[in-house]
Design a protein around this ligand. Structure first.
Ligand SMILES: Nc1nc2c(ncn2[C@@H]2O[C@H](COP(=O)(O)OP(=O)(O)OP(=O)(O)O)[C@@H](O)[C@H]2O)c(=O)[nH]1
Ligand SMILES: [Mg+2]
Length: 186
């Protein structure tokens, strides 16, 4: 597992023009609002509250960049499926995210987080179609597995042998997720 020497907030971008220069490899986290993106990033980085988490879904509305070891970046993408967003806000979200995902030459891997209790939802399916259509490298990650019974966990793992199952609460799955990320290194 990689040693995290420094992990710092780099910048927020609301528009494609605000993106930092594509000078370092990026690993992006995407998924429904409240699925646990920010919490997983904090777990992987061993930082309690570097990436802001919230009980209120839809909190992250910008693309947030974090510099790790001056060597690569974690990218927190705003969650989808947040019902209270207006049509025009959803449209702005879609444009910003799609432009980032399809035009970012330094994007190495997209971690698509799925709630382990519910499995993929229709909007997860749409995101997967989008990622596959653009031939983008992505990895499913099942979250909140501390909420699953042993039997449910076994079933999830058997059905998805190549996907990490994680809990930001217990730390389970941290090393497994890093191992996957490192396969897309460089
Ligand atoms: N039990 C449990 N709760 C979790 C876990 N990960 C996140 N949560 C909780 O789920 C809520 C949302 O977590 P966030 O990490 O903020 O989720 P997010 O995907 O970043 O949400 P948005 O930024 O709003 O899209 C918070 O109340 C977290 O404490 C987990 O592994 N287990
Ligand atoms: Mg978040």
């Amino acid at each position: 597992m990689i040693e995290i020497r420094t992990a710092t907030f780099l910048k927020s971008a609301a528009h494609p023009a605000d993106l930092p220069p594509p000078t370092l490899p990026e690993y992006a986290f995407i998924g429904r609002s409240n699925v646990g993106k920010s919490s997983l990033m904090n777990l992987l980085l061993g930082r309690r509250n570097l990436v802001k988490t919230s009980k209120t879904p839809g909190k992250t509305v910008t693309i947030n960049f974090f510099d790790i070891n001056g060597a690569f970046r974690f990218v927190d993408l705003p969650g989808y499926g947040f019902a209270k967003r207006s049509k025009s806000e959803q449209e702005a979200w879609r444009r910003t995210i799609e432009s980032y995902l399809t035009r970012r030459e330094n994007l190495r891997l997209i971690l698509l987080l799925i709630d382990g209790r519910h499995g993929p939802q229709p909007n997860d399916g749409q995101m997967i179609e989008f990622l596959d259509h653009h031939r983008l490298p992505w990895l499913p990650v099942f979250t909140k597995i501390d909420k699953l019974s042993t039997t449910e966990k076994q079933r999830l793992r058997r059905g998805n042998p190549d996907a990490p199952c994680v809990s930001a609460t217990t730390g389970e799955g941290k090393e497994e997720t890093w191992a996957h990320i490192e396969r897309y290194w460089g």
